[in-house]
Design a protein around this ligand. Structure first.
Ligand code: CIR
Length: 263
């Protein structure tokens, strides 16, 4: 089957999302839902089949579904979110993933999917923010069975590794200078965004090869177009107010078996 993206409904409790700074005015679930629909459409137009996981009012941050699991090839590792209020989000996500891939579960430590960046066969894991050494070790053990090379990356100021660096293709990353040490990406092409645009490097690679980026980041759109990438913009500003970017709103499964027996 083709590429699938899982997204999760925005709940009324979205007003109570974890935020690094108080949200003023309060977070707006209606506006977030509107933006979420546009985001889903952009994923579909780019070649994903979108599946929607029901929301749970008990978990305001559940729509940031990326943090709940890491999919590598045809297996998923159910994560253990690093913020205590987010523990317990993963049940319905695991149910949805179990229709598509094999399920493994991290049994200790802290790991957020937003800290895991896959580029080709390398799996970078950001450690120091929401993900700790035990969570990274669990991911490394999981990767070992999947013929992937895990690489730990210290994360200091960003919420997640992918807040400031994401993949453009199988050998290129889009990187913000404050996100992490550029040297960890030796051997890959590193495209740097302007240092005054910290959220600009969080983009989603669509199955059709285009790059989905935040609507406010015009300079990056021009930069990527100049490098030959097709770009498509999406406004997720209400989610940005809750510290979420484009990647965190979906779990993307790119390489599913041609015939899924689990459907
Ligand atoms: C949180 O603080 O956990 C949420 N409000 C935002 C999570 C964003 N996730 C991500 O960037 N992967």
């Amino acid at each position: 089957m083709g590429p699938v993206a899982l997204v999760r409904e925005v709940t009324d409790s979205f007003t109570r999302c974890v935020t690094r700074r108080p949200a003023v005015p309060p977070l707006d679930p209606k506006r977030a839902r509107h933006q979420h629909l546009r985001y889903r459409s952009a994923l579909e137009m780019g070649g994903f089949e979108v599946r929607v996981v029901p929301g749970d009012e008990a978990h305001p941050d559940g729509c940031f579904i990326e943090d709940a699991a890491v999919v590598v090839g045809e297996a998923a590792l159910i994560a253990r979110p690093g913020h205590p209020s987010r523990l317990g989000e993963s049940g319905p996500v695991a149910d949805a993933l179990s229709e598509l891939v094999d399920i493994h579960t991290l049994d200790h430590g802290a790991l957020d999917g937003g800290d895991v960046l896959q580029v080709g066969t390398t799996v970078f894991v950001g450690v120091g923010g929401r993900t700790d050494a035990a969570g990274a070790a669990g991911l490394e053990a999981f990767c070992g069975g999947m013929r992937r090379r895990p690489v730990r990356v210290p994360v200091e100021s960003a919420l997640h590794l992918k807040s400031g660096v994401t993949a453009l293709d199988e050998s290129s990353v889009l990187w913000h200078p404050d996100s992490c040490d550029r040297a960890v990406f030796a051997g890959l092409r590193v495209v740097a965004v302007e240092s005054d645009d910290p959220e600009a490097a969080n983009v989603v690679r669509l199955p059709d090869g285009r790059i989905l980026l935040g609507a406010a980041h015009h300079r990056v759109a021009d930069q990527l177009a100049g490098l030959g990438y097709g770009v498509v913009a999406c406004d997720t500003s209400e989610f940005a107010r809750a510290d979420g970017g484009l990647t965190c709103l979906s779990i993307r499964l790119r390489h599913l078996p041609s015939q899924s027996l689990r459907r």
